[in-house]
Design a protein around this ligand. Structure first.
Ligand code: FRU
Length: 521
């Protein structure tokens, strides 16, 4: 393996080379999954002329990278770049549209429309830009012309009007602006409530995503089709996700949406503090979801950026990954969005290279190696059982924010009473290199608090990325790592307990992961 290939992943979505950022317009159409993405065809850093890359798949794991770029700068309205956007499938004639942001000749951001050249081609290789482009320009006074981008998937209200949200900024205010249209081509600000959501101090509200979730406690998804569930706040809630530019993180709101009035009343707030609900506490940004008609679920894609230097990226010849697609649903408490790697990931588990540990006592201060799998490329699920919790330490309020705890490299090795315990992934034999995914239990005035959890945890390790899903999917943390020692066969996986109390591994299953297939066409 060439040194610069050590960090290329084996089952995460990556183009063959160059820079990739946001996932764009994911959809399921004519039995094919489509993923478009922000791509620089000219190199491994963000480019002056961003295009949409395009890949297709039958199972969201193995991909065909299409050589043709469906959108590239060509007209005055997108000459400086084809930025992020979404697809919408018109139910009446099954016609897909792309709405995307053009960075125009004056460096203003405008919204454009594109249609497939041949809707019969299941791969939808070629797209035509609409002659009326740009179809939406920035509403002066309301938003800054250079900060008006990333249209969502559109949806139709019971009044028959199409609606779309566009991200924006005006000074300190991040905005989600709502538009209406009768025909998908001519759009005007919503006459009911065009400032759909406004948040102070977040910078640009990038890549908004707005979608319904069922409140029945199941994992089923629901489409943005209001003909059946119009205003049914007894059946659904809505999630408004925004990419918080100043923090480079994904924050979300859960609330009730009254379509006729274009009103969204969220139950939580975005405050920029540790109390906010986030899709991920690590490196995960510009996410976008779609309704998967094949499996009646909502699937979320998100961009996982590099943490090495631009120089490293140029040497590697690539930058940027997409996280494993996540199924998302609403927790039965109606407050939290839950996320779990889609079930297709399990098809890449190598059943000949699997280990299980059941009912193993992990004594205080001990480490146990999980051997028999390829630790650089693995899928791990684990459940810990805890001793009686009375002895847990009191929580130091400075440490409530998992973000801070998790970014503190020394934290896992500090000895508490119950925990830290957990896994050491991509670890070198001498443990000088490792990434700890750990838990620790505290007492708080209201009971016990756990960072991150005791329920089922899933960890996907793939050479330079570790994605952790704790508490059955309530807490997600995506990390990038660039091991120097713990690569290939020299990567190891351990379970550790640096607390003063024993804990029990009630169940641990780990699999080596096979490579996903990526072909060029
Ligand atoms: C988010 C973002 C979007 C924009 C795109 C450009 O990462 O800045 O707001 O459309 O990237 O590539």
């Amino acid at each position: 393996v060439h040194e610069t290939d050590l960090y290329r992943t084996s089952y995460h979505f990556q183009p063959q080379q160059n820079w990739m950022n946001d996932p764009n317009g994911p959809m399921y159409y004519k039995e094919v999954y489509h993923l478009f993405y922000q791509y620089n065809p000219d190199g491994a850093s963000f480019g002056k002329k961003m295009v949409w890359g395009h890949s297709v798949s039958y199972d969201l794991m193995n991909w065909i990278h299409l050589n043709h770029h469906p959108l590239q700068p060509s007209h005055h309205y997108d000459i400086h770049g084809c930025f992020s956007g979404s697809t919408t499938i018109i139910p009446s004639n099954n016609q897909p549209f792309i709405l995307y942001t053009g960075f125009d000749e004056t460096k203003h951001q405008v919204q454009n429309l594109a249609m497939p050249k041949n809707p019969q081609d299941p791969f939808l290789r070629e797209w035509i830009k609409h002659p009326q482009n740009p179809i939406i320009t920035a509403p002066i006074g309301l938003v800054e012309q250079e900060n008006f981008r990333d249209p969502t998937t559109a949806w139709k209200g019971s009044d028959g009007k199409w609606r779309v949200i566009i991200g924006a900024r005006n000074g300190d205010l991040g905005k989600a602006i709502l538009y209406h249209s009768d025909d998908f081509v001519n759009w005007k600000l919503s006459p009911n409530n065009h400032q759909f959501y406004v948040i102070d101090g977040i910078g640009m509200c990038e890549c908004p995503d707005f979608f319904p979730v069922l409140i029945d406690g199941t994992k089923h998804g629901v489409d943005l089709d209001y003909s059946s569930v119009q205003d049914s706040n007894d059946v659904i809630r809505h999630v408004l996700k925004i990419s918080y530019q100043n923090k480079q993180q994904e924050h979300y709101l859960v609330g009730k949406y009254v379509c006729d009035e274009d009103k969204f009343v969220a139950e939580n707030k975005i405050t920029g503090t540790s109390l906010d609900l986030k899709l991920d506490h690590g490196e995960f940004y510009a996410s976008k979801s779609f309704f998967d008609y094949a499996k009646k679920r909502r699937v979320l894609w998100g961009w996982v950026k590099e943490l090495d230097t631009e120089q490293d990226d140029i040497l590697k010849g690539w930058a940027g990954l997409q996280g494993i697609p996540r199924q998302v649903w609403l927790h039965e408490n109606g407050k939290w969005l839950m996320q779990w790697p889609i079930e297709e990931l399990e098809t890449l588990r190598d059943s000949d290279n699997q280990v299980s540990i059941l009912g193993h006592k992990l004594v205080a201060g001990s480490t146990l190696q999980v051997s028999g799998i390829t630790a650089s490329q693995a899928d791990v699920e684990v459940v810990f059982e805890l001793p009686e919790l009375e002895s847990a330490e009191w929580l130091d309020s400075k440490e409530v924010d998992p973000q801070i705890v998790c970014s503190d490299k020394e934290y896992a090795s500090r000895s508490g009473i119950i925990g830290p315990f957990g896994l050491l992934a991509l670890a070198s034999k001498d443990l000088t290199e490792q990434t700890a995914i750990f838990f620790t239990i505290f007492r708080t005035p209201n009971g016990f608090s756990c960072l991150m959890c005791t329920d089922l945890t899933r960890i996907n390790i793939d050479r330079s990325i570790i994605e952790s899903f704790g508490e059955k999917g309530r807490v997600c943390i995506t990390n990038r790592v660039y091991p120097l020692l713990a690569t290939e066969k020299d990567a190891h996986l351990y379970v550790f307990n640096s607390g003063k109390q024993n804990v029990c591994i009630s169940k641990l299953n780990a699999w080596s992961m096979k490579r996903a297939k990526f072909v060029q066409q």
